[in-house]
Design a protein around this ligand. Structure first.
Ligand code: IMP
Ligand code: MG
Length: 329
């Protein structure tokens, strides 16, 4: 077997800048495929490529590097959104011919899924029809991509694509994060898919061929949705402004909180993280306050170096990268 895979997962509530990490890893030229393994167009990947800003919802970041980019079987796809992304990439001058694929057994988000969510949404979803599309998938009443004739030229069978006599090296890119995972998140304030490394395996990836798992978080937390998340403190307004914490998909303000180190450790353990990236260190640096939560207490540090070494000691993980928003890791 010559299939190998690395995984990028979110360790918090989405918006950890996973796209930035994927984008960086794609530059290594190591990968033959990039696979989005869960979610729909609820996710928004903001990618800065050669000076241009792109927000993609469905198509993985590999496409910017001419790597085959696949929307996996764990995803749900809005066809209009998919085609508008294809057009957007084309009109930016990217050569995407033969590079974009959809697993034939991925499911389709229909207009009625979207209408349904727009009439009622108690947990504060992105209203993109995500939950109803997954519900219909599991109720066996959904529609697969292979039933949509317009998609024909993009369809692939993941088994046939990955299990060949050619070397295959896949970067699996998760959407959302551990705190929004259907099983591990704070139900019902969750999304409807599997956001962990386990979710990547469901796309014809053998468990024993996983190499590195890149876990991505921020040095503080954000969450978008209906539950109360942000403590009552002016500092979080500052974090939101400096960090530009507004949803890439819906523009909603993200609720902010300090980094919860115990929750991060749990996400690291469950995902089998081997490399950790903590983004947006420059936001706390600009504000000049460093705090985190552990053992249900909020701890303050006098500077960035002190907080970072506390995190390094506590997590006992060899490869931890603290990263600024604007710089690459
Ligand atoms: P849904 O995924 O649209 O069903 O929304 C479920 C929950 O996940 C809501 O709290 C959304 O705000 C949140 N969510 C879904 N996708 C993202 C994302 O890409 N970033 C951050 N939050 C998300
Ligand atoms: Mg995102």
């Amino acid at each position: 077997m010559i299939v190998n895979a690395d995984v990028v997962v979110g360790l918090q509530y989405g918006d950890e800048a996973k796209g930035k990490v994927t984008h960086h890893l794609c530059k290594s030229k190591k990968y033959t495929h990039v696979l989005r393994f869960n979610g729909g167009c609820n996710a928004g990947h903001t990618i800065y490529h050669e000076g241009n800003k792109f927000v993609t919802h469905h198509i993985p970041a590999g496409v910017f590097f001419g790597i085959k980019s696949i929307i996996g079987s764990g995803c749900v796809v809005n066809i209009d959104q998919f085609f508008s992304e294809v057009e957007g990439l084309k009109s930016a001058g990217l050569d995407i011919e033969g590079k974009i694929f959809i697993a034939k057994n991925a499911h389709v988000i229909t207009d009625s899924h979207i209408d349904e969510e727009n009439s009622e949404s108690s947990i504060g979803t992105t209203k993109r029809g995500n939950g109803p599309a997954y519900r219909d998938k599991y109720a066996r009443t959904g529609k697969r991509a292979e039933e949509v004739s317009e998609l024909e030229e993009y369809l692939i069978d993941l088994y046939d694509e990955f299990h060949t006599d050619q070397p295959v090296n896949i970067l699996c890119e998760g959407a959302q994060g551990f705190g929004l995972d259907i099983d591990f998140g704070n139900y019902p304030y969750v999304t409807s898919s599997h956001c962990t490394t386990a979710g990547a395996l469901l796309n014809a990836i053998p468990y024993n061929r996983i190499g590195d798992v890149w876990g991505v978080g921020k040095v503080y937390e954000t969450y978008v949705g209906s539950k109360d998340f942000e403590p009552d403190d002016e500092i979080f307004n500052q974090i939101r402004e400096v960090g530009e914490e507004y949803g890439a998909t819906t523009g909603r303000p993200r609720q902010c909180n300090w980094l919860n180190l115990d929750f991060l450790q749990k996400a690291i353990n469950v995902n089998g993280v081997t490399k950790l990236v903590l983004n947006k260190a420059d936001v706390l640096r600009e504000i000049g306050i460093w705090k985190l939560v552990t053992d249900e207490r909020t701890i303050a540090f006098s500077d960035e170096a002190e907080m970072n070494s506390f995190i390094e000691d506590k997590l006992a993980l060899r490869d931890i990268y603290f990263s600024d928003d604007k710089n690459r890791i």
